[in-house]
Design a protein around this ligand. Structure first.
Ligand SMILES: [Zn+2]
Ligand SMILES: [Zn+2]
Length: 319
């Protein structure tokens, strides 16, 4: 929403971006400075990364993760970009193409892993066997695999492209459903756990450097920078619970600019500080990763999928 003659709030040149939540109008050059500074401030404020630190970045190929990759690299961090291919046909191919184009643009390496290859089954089958929402299963497997990769790559911190809309939407959901545990752990930077002595998989530190930016700010940045982002949203995410909360907040944001910021940052301000670091529990019998149960959540999902497949094969044989 811009009008001709609109001037940049910073430099008074013609502006092409308007952000009512900040009462701010920006030209392309000032948008670049604004966006990258927001990331710099978030990294500092929540002590996400030490200067020049190595960090694994989860890159989906969408605008958020590509912006994350470029900005972290520009701020001097050593970014190890990792793309998990989900196996959703054309959508996944376009996502991978976007990541490769970005790697070329930044002249940086890209690690690619297939979720199906690793899991031994399609996400849809695993979700069905577990009677769980597709997005929840996909997210849980992706997080598990990304966590392993962080340690495989010899790093300890994972950065993701979650931004203000994601965090505010998640917060609204957690508040409405009284998820005390999730509320306690909602924070822009979470401490991890070192791998057990002798090596293996620990729990990666998780940081969200884009939390000070909303989706429309990142979209404007990605467009004005010409990032080769894949803009379609995941074809399997329709009707996902989180999206509903984000849509509800978006509606309020339209009528009351700043709602998302007020909700999320007000919540963080009320907290005493970051949640306590995770307490060491046991190790998963299946994968050796950290867990509070005998078997971790991701390994349980995979086990049920294998059991269902075996039962089906058995029935097929008997018929
Ligand atoms: Zn300007
Ligand atoms: Zn496991």
């Amino acid at each position: 929403m811009t009008n001709p003659g609109m001037k940049c709030s910073r430099c008074r040149r013609p502006a092409s971006h308007r952000f009512p939540q900040h009462n701010l109008r920006l030209c392309d050059a000032c948008l670049e400075i604004f966006t990258e500074r927001q990331v710099e401030r978030a990294v500092k404020k929540w002590r996400m990364l030490a200067p020049g630190q190595e960090v694994v970045a989860a890159i989906s190929g969408g605008k958020d993760s590509l912006a994350l990759w470029q900005i972290l690299a520009r701020l001097g961090y050593r970014v190890r970009a990792v793309h998990i291919s989900l196996g959703f046909g054309e959508f996944s191919q376009a996502s991978l193409d976007a990541c490769r184009a970005m790697a070329q643009r930044l002249d940086a390496p890209l690690e690619v892993r297939g979720l199906e290859d690793w899991a031994g089954a399609a996400v849809g089958e695993i979700a069905l066997a577990n009677r769980r929402e597709h997005c929840a299963v996909c997210g849980s497997l992706k997080r598990h695999l990304l966590n392993r990769l962080v340690f495989e790559l010899g790093a300890d911190t994972l950065a993701t492209g979650h931004h203000l809309d994601d965090e505010a939407g998640r917060l609204l959901g957690n508040l409405m459903r009284r998820h005390a545990g999730y509320l306690e752990r909602q924070w822009p930077a979470l401490e991890g756990m070192a791998p057990p002595a002798g090596g293996g998989v620990g729990l990666a530190r998780k940081v969200k450097p884009l939390v000070r930016l909303s989706g429309d700010e990142i979209r404007a940045y990605a467009q004005s920078q010409g990032l080769p982002a894949h803009l379609a949203s995941c074809p399997r995410s329709k009707g996902a619970t989180l999206t509903n909360y984000q849509d509800a907040l978006e509606l309020m944001e339209q009528r009351m600019p700043g709602t998302k910021r007020d909700l999320y940052f007000g919540f963080l301000r009320q907290k005493a500080g970051p949640p306590p670091p995770p307490e060491p529990g046991g190790l998963c019998r299946q994968c050796g990763g950290p867990t509070r149960q005998e078997t971790c959540g991701a390994c349980l999902l995979l086990r049920r999928a294998r059991e269902t497949a075996a039962r089906r094969a058995g029935q097929g044989g008997a018929a």
